[in-house]
Design a protein. Structure first.
Length: 313
């Protein structure tokens, strides 16, 4: 089966989305050709009563209940941003990316997910207190041990990613071949602070860098702006309040009306078919929401429509 170019975000699984609903979502996603489940060892630690175990544990229970499904699933999880102080809802006590932290985090994720390997393993955030050589050496050891297949960097600027990839090349280690950043059709004002300090948005430098690196894939989170494209009760945060957003949302509405698709579907189609192509991570809490996201795969943006979307700034 050919995998569809979408990743399923699983942040609320095990908390606001119960097992029955989460299992139904993952079943439908898999049946539609979806393969990538994106999680982390700290999802969702910021929710009162949560520990950060919940999302991985839910995926682990689903994999255990679906015999034979594991080989068709790409398990994507992260390390480095799990608080080490119980009850901490910030990143102040994050575990970081020391060799010891990376190894311990991998053991915890493997246990919670009930699997013998992590298909894509990410550094969730930067830790500049640790030399790149130490972090990347630890990742490479996990790959050589067969516990990790590929590695990625999340929330890392392009210059730092290039430096990390150069370190890996120089040492004959497994390089980062995936980059995960915040990205959508609308962008924040340059240098405007985001509500979540841990989010690093895509910029033109990022896109240019990824285009030049054929072995590097770009994944995007917060692609649908937490419902902001379609829900009046979910306005964009202040960093997105600028004329470019107004022009882009107008172009988005026009194109969506012409192709007979929802705004969310056009955003996803724009990301998937762009240059560089992007793997959108879509988070849903119902099967009905997932069906809308899957509908994006049928949206065809020809050169003229894409040019109109691209030129609105």
């Amino acid at each position: 089966m050919t995998h569809i170019p979408l990743a399923l975000g699983t942040i609320p699984f095990g908390t606001t989305v119960d097992d029955r609903t989460a299992f139904s979502i993952m079943d439908r996603f898999s049946e539609a050709g979806g393969a990538i489940l994106d999680t982390s060892n700290n999802y969702p630690f910021w929710v009162d009563g949560a520990t950060g175990d919940e999302s991985e544990l839910t995926i682990g229970r689903w994999l255990a209940a679906r015999a034979g499904r594991r080989d068709r699933i790409v398990v994507s999880t992260k390390c480095g941003a799990r608080p080490t102080v119980p009850g901490d809802r910030t990143l102040d006590s994050a575990e970081g990316l020391s060799a010891q932290a990376v190894r311990a985090a991998a053991e915890g994720s493997l246990r919670r997910l009930g699997t013998d390997r992590l298909d894509v393993y990410w550094a969730h955030m930067e830790d500049r207190s640790v030399p790149l050589e130490e972090t990347l050496g630890a990742f490479d050891e996990l790959v050589r041990a067969g516990e990790v297949r590929e590695i990625g960097a999340s929330n890392m600027p392009a210059w730092r990613l290039e430096r990390a990839r150069a370190v890996s090349r120089a040492n004959g280690w497994t390089p980062y071949t995936h980059l995960q950043l915040r990205h959508s059709y609308v962008r924040p004002r340059p240098d405007a602070p985001l509500q979540s300090a841990g989010h690093t948005p895509v910029n033109d430098d990022t896109l240019d860098y990824v285009r030049q690196e054929p072995d590097l894939s770009l994944w995007a989170y917060s692609t649908l702006m937490n419902g902001g494209f379609t829900r009046a009760d979910r306005p964009f945060e202040e960093a997105f309040d600028h004329p470019g957003t107004t022009r882009r949302t107008a172009a988005l509405r026009e194109v969506a009306a012409e192709v007979g698709a929802t705004l969310n579907q056009v955003v996803l189609a724009w990301l998937i078919g762009g240059s560089p192509a992007v793997v959108p991570i879509v988070g849903v809490s119902t099967v009905e929401q997932l069906e809308e996201m899957l509908g994006a795969l049928d949206v065809k943006l020809d050169d003229e429509l894409r040019a109109r979307l691209d030129s609105a700034r």
